[in-house]
Design a protein around this ligand. Structure first.
Ligand SMILES: C[S@@+](CC[C@H](N)C(=O)[O-])C[C@H]1O[C@@H](n2cnc3c(N)ncnc32)[C@H](O)[C@@H]1O
Length: 260
């Protein structure tokens, strides 16, 4: 479930998840508020990973949160992360066969999960099964790399970051555009929207890249680039940032579905 990562890659992946959770907090918060997370008494967070996003979920509700993930390694990290959080319980399990009775939760949340599961339609149906009638299934952020815009171009690398590496690892880089279909087919009354409305400035892009530099190098090495090729790309990328002309955007969608 950690998608065949080596120990080193797993460490950088964990750091990337931590960073992502921080960087997307401003995008997720309005969705929690819109969905009414505050008033949910019992919440299920599916694919909790390292637990940072779960911590935000816990913070936004007065209720109890059950967090589930298929990876024992990531759950161990989550256990440390959530040690000071009192309204959470962790459990191991597969999102395709959630170990809960139907009509159990007031809200079921997930973040960056559907992109990675084997059968996203089955998972959304499972989330809809365990939520109570009138309750909500909420996918906070699911990207669509088909909408990625990056400038200035760098052939040979742009396509890797525009979905190729995710596809190679078994993920679906175009899950964003499928959210409405997945939710409607699960029988949910569905609203979809764009979570990230703000374009980052060059300094933000640089800070984000520098924090996750090793993660990106690992991705490019895995795609067969030599260190010299990566250095040349990095020089080009950082130069465009220094010049203040670099532009990067890819849409992250959310879906809120009400069980009838
Ligand atoms: C990209 S991470 C996102 C983690 C967390 N939600 C976040 O936003 O930081 C995807 C998570 O989904 C979990 N996952 C993937 N397939 C799963 C499945 N079938 N059942 C449960 N969890 C799964 C992975 O172990 C990983 O923790």
């Amino acid at each position: 479930m950690t998608h065949g990562r080596s120990k080193d890659e797993l460490e950088h992946f964990i750091r990337k998840l931590e960073q992502q959770a921080l960087e997307t907090a401003e995008e997720r918060q309005p969705i929690y508020i819109k969905a009414g997370l505050k008033n949910a008494s019992l919440v299920l967070d599916v694919g909790c990973g390292t637990g940072e996003v779960t911590r935000d979920v816990c913070y936004h509700t007065g209720g109890m949160v059950i967090a589930i993930d298929a990876s024992l390694e990531l759950l161990k990290v989550a256990q440390r992360m959530l040690a000071g959080t009192h309204n959470v319980q962790l459990c191991i399990g597969d999102a395709h066969t959630l170990p809960f009775n139907e009509n159990t939760f007031d809200m079921v949340t997930c973040n960056l999960l559907l992109m990675w599961v084997h059968d996203p339609q089955h998972v959304v149906k499972e989330m809809a099964r365990v939520v109570k009638p009138g309750g909500k299934v909420v996918a906070t952020l699911e990207p669509d790399f088909g909408g990625k815009i990056h400038w200035p171009p760098y052939p040979g690398v742009d396509e890797i970051f525009a979905g190729r590496s995710i596809k190679r690892r078994g993920g679906d880089p175009y899950i964003g555009r499928k959210l409405r279909m997945l939710f409607v087919n699960a029988g949910l009354e569905t609203e979809v929207g764009l979570g990230n409305l703000r374009i980052w400035d060059c300094d933000e892009d640089k800070a984000s890249y520098m924090k996750a530099r090793k993660f990106y190098w690992n991705v490019l090495r895995r795609e067969g680039l030599s260190d010299e090729e990566i250095e040349r790309w990095e020089e080009h990328y950082l130069k465009s940032i220094e010049e203040g002309i670099e532009f990067n955007f890819f849409p992250q969608f959310y879906a809120i579905g009400i069980k009838k």
